[in-house]
Design a protein around this ligand. Structure first.
Ligand code: 4AD
Ligand code: MG
Length: 437
């Protein structure tokens, strides 16, 4: 075994002129009788290797020439700067150790030719190795890190909320029910918000960040049944605070991705000019104004109705940055929204709609903080009071105005990456018709 250091492809530039090893998989192979160009990937990047027949023992050259796509291998060679190479460097091969050679009888199923989306989704466990998918995953990671950094450096404490819950948060029609012990039923959480409200009364400013579940029977490009949501919650805060924090957070996230993920955005052919435009302030419009805009553009919407995906797209068309739509009718919103004191028929809630047709990425607002009103709302929504006893307690023991929001990570990633469908924004998407792989 060689003792030469294993270098990650992304760091190859720090080893110009050195002989090192690269441990990875064969991405592609161009070959002629006298020279082969294996493209090797290791997750950090792709490097072109150059294997020259006259410079190598016969058997080594032959084994390289016969390599198959996605075979695992450790290549030893000298790193050399090459202006024309994608990462700026190439490797001159000296030897190769093949760990597992993919056979011709059972070749790697995803070839450079075009495959249909269902085929790719069925092979998601392998498709994740592609250039495009690795770029998306790295941007997802950057978004998540930026979200955490934003909250961590603004006085919020991370406080995770349970996944098995006894009650609905976002309406009873999208609950996944599970059998717990001894005939007890629990539900997979739709949102950590209710617990987060308790957390905010303990720590002032908190956020939770975890998987959430919705039994959405919709087959749209914007819906998953399992998705990740970050939810900040603040005590002594109002709808206006929600807007300010949401705006600041989004600008921060997009800035981070532009700064640290240029190569990945390029791999996705993302128009970065569109992302450069994401600066504060975001336009703020009311639900009332939004309905008028939609009607003037030919939509059938009437005051009181909720917006569909198409409505959201139409609304954002005139803007180059996310827009904030506030004060929806209380009727179309969840039970916990505080009504506007001047117009109790509308809720102190806001949706943030992303540009380019990506629709709602954030939903949030101010919560009901009076005990009487909360009890009334729970009853109106036909929710079982006993499951909410602890939540009701928060209105008895030092209740204060408080507010927060939730951002779906996949919605955000999908927009920043410019994806057609949310299914590519999460490693293993769960949808109406997909629970595999
Ligand atoms: O608007 P929603 O339903 O709001 C809540 O869950 C609040 N309890 C959040 C809060 O105030 N703490 O969902 C929030 C966000 C949406 O804006 C969207 O980004 C995402 O979660 N989302 C989904 N993402 C993917 N698939 C789905 N089925 C989604 N449903 C909501
Ligand atoms: Mg919503």
């Amino acid at each position: 075994m060689s003792t030469l250091p294993v270098v990650r492809i992304a760091d190859a530039g720090h080893h110009d002129g050195e002989t090192v090893r690269i441990a990875g998989w064969l991405y592609n192979l161009r070959k002629s009788g006298k020279i082969c160009f294996p493209l090797v990937r290791d997750g950090s990047g792709i490097i072109q290797c150059v294997a020259v027949k006259s410079a190598l023992p016969e058997d080594v050259f032959e084994s390289i020439k016969n390599l198959t796509q996605e075979s695992s291998l450790i290549v030893t060679g000298k790193i050399r700067a090459e202006a024309r190479a994608a990462g700026g460097f190439e490797m001159d091969v000296e030897s190769v150790e093949i760990l597992q050679r993919v056979t011709e009888e059972d070749p790697y199923p995803i070839t450079p030719k075009d495959h249909g989306i269902e085929f790719l989704m069925d092979h998601r466990h392998l498709w994740l190795r592609s250039k495009r998918q690795t770029a998306i995953i790295k941007i997802r990671h950057e978004v998540i890190k930026a979200v955490r950094d934003y909250f961590d450096s603004n006085g919020f404490t991370l406080m995770d909320t349970p996944i098995f819950t006894p009650a609905a948060c976002e309406g009873t029609t999208t609950l996944f029910e599970c059998d717990y012990f001894e005939d007890e039923k629990v539900y997979l959480t739709q949102s950590g918000q209710l617990y987060n409200e308790a957390n905010a009364m303990a720590l002032g400013k908190v956020y939770c960040f975890g998987p959430t579940f919705r039994a959405e029977k919709s087959k749209t490009r914007r819906h998953l049944t399992e998705f990740w949501m970050v939810e900040p919650e603040m005590a002594y805060a109002t709808l206006e605070d929600v807007k300010r924090v949401a705006e600041e957070m989004i600008v921060f996230i997009v800035g981070r991705v532009l700064e640290n993920r240029k190569a990945e955005l390029a791999a996705l052919d993302r128009d970065v000019q569109k992302l450069n435009a994401i600066q504060a302030p975001f336009p703020r419009i009311s639900y009332d104004e939004a309905v008028k805009i939609l009607q003037s553009k030919g939509s059938e919407i009437q005051w009181g109705g909720d917006f569909g995906g198409t409505d959201e797209t139409i609304l954002t068309e005139a803007f180059d940055r996310p827009i904030m739509v506030d004060r929806y009718p209380s009727e179309v919103k969840a039970f916990y929204f505080e009504p506007d004191p001047d117009r109790p028929e509308v809720a102190l809630g806001v949706d943030v709609l992303a540009p380019e047709g990506y629709g709602e990425i954030i939903g949030g607002g101010q919560r009901v903080h009076s005990l009487d009103l909360l009890l009334k709302r729970i009853d109106e929504h036909k929710l079982p009071r006993e499951a909410f006893n602890w939540y009701i307690d928060l209105r008895k023991f030092g209740s204060v105005p408080h507010a927060g929001f939730g951002m779906g990570i996949e919605r955000c990633v999908s927009w920043i990456c410019g994806l057609e469908h949310l299914r590519e924004a999460i490693p293993y998407p769960r949808m109406l018709n997909r629970t595999r792989p």
